[in-house]
Design a protein around this ligand. Structure first.
Ligand SMILES: [Ca+2]
Length: 353
């Protein structure tokens, strides 16, 4: 528990700058899709905020073919901790890192630095696992195929190092994927592009926590201790990389059986805003649904429901559907209804974009 707030910071660094294309969503930063349980390490430390995604039918086929082999491989290296309560026990370890809630529709995964000085991406034909792992490692893992004689067919991966120009990347990728098809490369209005760190509206630390009002729940400071791994060696435990961005966070706790718990904050803006975002990590014992909305004098400006999986985190990115009046205060609300289990949600970094 103590180190979870450190991982909150990671949501707003690596996964918020790495992107894939997803079924029914198109382009998304990896921080903003439904994520699954983080990786456990020997000794109880938990890995950075990494996530890979399957690619639909091909991924299922690969899982059937080699999933057990991959599982054995990972089990040798990592202690998976207690069984995952929401996944079959035989697949818990392998599937814990391959998100099965979101489906990648293209073999393309990209990453940009904070200053947007370049873009790096990789795309493999016949990719079955796509996403990011350590620090960040871009994965577009191709599945081997063979011909009737049993000879392996060539694999093909393309690496792109470009200016941070998404249109240029997609044009090149489409041209490179003529034989296999590039996948769904749509970009919806909900998408935040180009990358921006946004403006910090709330640190969830001393002085900011008091500006939130919690109803039927508690909301308090949550100071973390660094305890996550930077690399695959024991020396990596306790690394403070990326911690400078934040000193702490807050925890929102909702008792089991509560019909409606609400967390609100009033903000005054001085310019146009298209999105609000909060980083959240589920530290409870079951998945939790969070409804996030923005209102001005009763007028709904945007709302969205987010599923936060067991031991998972994500950025709750709320797009505005109405124009904000900068003259009026704006009320942000987070709501959890019908809590079946005690909910514990570590939160950090309220931002606007
Ligand atoms: Ca903070």
């Amino acid at each position: 528990m103590r180190h979870l707030a450190i991982r909150t910071i990671l949501i707003s660094t690596w996964p918020a700058r790495a992107s894939c294309f997803f079924e029914n969503k198109g382009f998304r930063w990896i921080s903003d899709v439904q994520r699954t349980r983080c990786e456990s390490q020997p000794g109880g430390a938990e890995g950075p905020w990494i996530q890979t995604f399957g690619s639909g039918a091909l991924s299922s086929q690969i899982t059937d073919d080699v999933g057990e082999v991959l599982q054995q491989d990972y089990t040798l290296k990592w202690d998976s901790g207690p069984p995952h309560p929401e996944l079959p026990s035989t697949r818990s370890h392998y599937d814990a890192w391959r998100n099965t809630d979101e489906v990648a529709t293209a073999g393309l995964v990209g990453w940009v630095p904070n200053d947007l000085s370049y873009l790096i991406a990789i795309a493999s034909e016949n990719a079955y696992k796509i996403g990011i792992r350590w620090a960040p490692c871009l994965h577009s893992n191709p599945a081997s195929r063979w011909n009737e004689s049993g000879e392996y067919l060539p694999l093909r991966s393309v690496i792109y190092i470009l200016p941070a120009d998404l249109e240029m990347l997609l044009t090149l990728h489409k041209a490179d994927s003529k034989a296999s098809g590039p996948g769904d490369l749509s970009i919806s209005a909900e998408t935040l592009w180009p990358y921006t760190a946004g403006e910090l509206l709330g640190s969830f630390e001393k002085g900011d926590i008091e500006s939130w009002q919690a109803n039927a729940s508690s909301f308090a400071s949550y100071q973390s201790t660094p305890q996550w791994k930077c690399d695959k060696t024991d020396e990596g435990v306790g690394c403070r990389r990326n911690v400078a961005e934040s000193q702490g966070s807050a925890i929102w706790e909702i008792p089991a059986g509560e019909k409606k718990a609400v967390l609100t904050k009033s903000v005054q803006l001085d310019g146009p805003v298209s999105h609000f975002a909060v980083d959240a990590i589920n530290c409870g014992e079951a998945k939790v649904e969070i409804f996030f909305e923005a209102k001005q004098e009763g007028l709904l400006l945007g709302s969205k429901t987010f599923l936060l999986s067991y031991k998972a985190g994500r950025r709750l990115l709320l797009p505005m559907t109405e124009t904000i009046d900068p003259e009026k205060a704006l009320l942000l609300s987070l709501v959890v209804r019908d809590a079946q289990h005690p909910a514990k949600i570590v939160m950090d970094n309220l931002r606007c974009f």
